[in-house]
Design a protein around this ligand. Structure first.
Ligand code: 5GP
Length: 190
């Protein structure tokens, strides 16, 4: 997605050779027009997959997952990051390490909002080592729903997450692939 590459070059901040700060686009501020474009792109790529629900993990995946669900005219369900007193005792839970925060969090999704009849499209913001994605994939699989694929806005292809998920036979589509952040420079994988 050329427009997204331009915006990342203009507004992304390389924090290290591993981490790209995208607060201006994804993780703090959201541009609704750009986000709706991303949603249209994912909806187009998975148009024939018979998707019945879009799922994501709070919080940074929610905007683009909403845009995708809006285009596909299906509900969006977001996994929540920790159990609350109001949590469904029947919820599906996984413990996942957080790449940026260096902590472990529990994600949960209520069985009320996902079932074996569903065809699920999982949308997320950034994939690095893939721990967050693997956690939600396990939850989707335990629900009995069919995972039709994973759409990520930014794939950092120099980290192992996307590759290992594709090796599991899961369709993973990314809007941009970044092959290097070395020496403060963003290099896209064409
Ligand atoms: P993973 O579990 O794939 O290692 O990391 C996924 C999550 O960590 C993403 O959803 C994202 O929120 C965060 N993350 C990973 N790498 C980056 C990065 O380079 N920049 C930012 N802003 N977040 C990242």
């Amino acid at each position: 997605m050329e427009l997204l590459k331009q915006r990342i070059l203009q507004e992304g901040v390389v924090l290290s050779d591993q981490v790209l700060k995208l607060d201006a686009l994804l993780n703090h501020q959201v541009d609704p027009m750009l986000t709706m474009e991303m949603g249209r792109e994912f909806a187009g790529r998975f148009a024939d997959a018979g998707v019945t629900r879009v799922v994501t993990v709070e919080s940074s995946g929610i905007a683009v997952a909403f845009a995708t669900a809006y285009e596909m005219k299906v509900p969006l369900v977001f996994a929540r990051r920790k159990k609350t007193l109001l949590a469904d005792p029947d919820a599906l839970c996984e413990r996942v390490p957080s790449f940026t925060k260096g902590i472990v969090t529990d994600i949960m999704l209520s069985r009320q909002f996902i079932s074996a009849d569903d065809k699920v499209l999982f949308i997320d913001d950034i994939i690095a080592n893939g721990d967050a994605a693997r956690g939600l994939i396990k939850i989707i699989q335990r629900s009995g729903a069919e995972l039709v694929g994973l759409g990520v806005v930014v794939e950092k292809s120099f980290q192992a997450g996307a590759r290992t998920i594709r090796e599991q036979g899961i369709r993973l589509e990314s809007l941009v692939r970044i092959m290097s952040l070395s020496e403060g420079t963003i290099v896209f994988d064409e």
